[in-house]
Structure formats: structure tokens, C-alpha cells
Design a binder for this molecule. Structure first.
Ligand code: HEM
Length: 150
């Protein structure tokens, strides 16, 4: 007996609530995280150097970051393998040295603590972002990238 692919209307929709994106609370939670993250960067004097290299209006930065994190499962796997294609290059116009990196990495766990209830997920998200932040360095020590312009 041959198997026939059902028409789209009769196909089962496979919902995977166990993905980190769903476990974290989907787009609404990502938006809360990103919004708090940039708020903290904007407010904390200790994050001044990281804030200074961002545009005056953080709205667009936030939108891009939300989009990025919404695809983060796939992206994070790629990053581990190859370094994120293009993300480092997109950061090159902004001088990111150890100070800017440290300040970015200081704001993120604060925002995570305030917006993501699940401690395990918070840890996983931070662990995924940390090496990416390292990879964004383009000034000073450790700013080599992966040598392929990524
Ligand atoms: C090392 C610390 C980092 C600093 C100082 C930094 C700084 C910046 C700056 C200045 C921009 C440009 C803002 C704009 O276009 O409005 C930017 C864009 C962006 N950043 Fe970062 N960033 C860092 C790490 C990261 C990490 C770890 C991620 C992801 C987990 C990330 C994701 C993004 C995304 C998705 C954009 C938008 C890129 C685009 O499409 O143009 N950044 N970042």
C-alpha cells in the first residue's frame, strides 16, 4: 500500500513546547528580556561604555535582538560550530573591547534574573550568549574572531 501525503489542511501540526523558545515563554518573554536588558544598559552607569557605542534610540537594536533570539536555538548551534555567520561582521562598525563586552555581560544576567522565572533556562540562555559575546570582540586582546571575517 502506498502512502499518500495528506493535503496541508489535514496534516497534523506538530507543536514542540519543549523547545527553549517555548519554555522561555515565546516572543512575549523574549521581548520582556530584551526590553529590560536595554533599559539596564541605558540606566546603569557601570554599563556606560557599552551604551555609548549603541545608537541613541535603542528601539531598533531591541527589535533586531528579539528577532535574533527568536531564532536562537538554530543560531546557537551554528555559532558553536562556525561562529555566527555575519553577526560578528555586523558588530565590526562598533568598537567592542573587553570593557564593552564585560558591561554587556553584566546587564544580561540582571535582565535574565528579572524576566525569566526558570533558573535552569536562565543559565542555559546565558551560557549560550557568553561565547557569542566573546566572539564579538573586535578591539584589544582576544579580538581575532575566527579568521574568516565572521
Ligand atoms: C560583546 C558584547 C556586545 C556588544 C557591546 C554589542 C553591541 C552591539 C551594537 C552596538 C549593536 C548595533 C546596534 C544597532 O544596530 O542598533 C549590536 C547589534 C546586535 N547585537 Fe550585539 N553586542 C554584543 C553582544 C551580542 C550578543 C552576545 C548577541 C547575541 C546573543 C548580540 C546580538 C546582536 C544583534 C542580533 C544585533 C543586530 C545586528 C543587525 O542585524 O544589525 N550582540 N550589538
Amino acid at each position: 500500500m502506498s502512502r499518500v501525503t495528506p493535503p496541508p489542511s489535514r496534516r497534523k501540526v506538530i507543536f514542540m513546547p519543549e523547545t527553549p523558545y517555548h519554555r522561555v515563554g515565546g516572543e512575549a518573554a523574549i521581548r520582556r528580556l530584551v526590553s529590560r536588558f536595554y533599559e539596564l544598559m541605558d540606566e546603569l552607569p557601570e554599563a556606560y561604555a557599552a551604551r555609548k557605542i549603541h545608537p541613541q534610540d535603542l528601539g531598533h537594536s531591541g527589535e533586531k535582538f528579539v528577532m535574533f533570539l527568536s531564532g536562537a536555538g538554530r543560531t546557537a548551534a551554528l555559532c558553536r560550530e562556525f561562529g555566527h555567520p555575519m553577526l560578528r561582521r555586523r558588530h565590526l562598525p562598533y568598537p567592542i573591547g573587553p570593557r564593552e563586552r564585560d558591561e554587556w555581560l553584566m546587564c544580561m544576567p540582571l535582565a535574565l534574573d528579572e524576566t525569566i522565572a526558570d533558573a535552569e533556562l536562565r543559565g542555559q540562555l546565558y551560557q549560550a550568549m557568553q561565547p557569542i559575546a566573546e566572539h564579538m570582540l573586535n578591539r584589544g586582546e582576544g579580538a581575532g574572531g575566527c579568521g574568516r571575517g565572521h
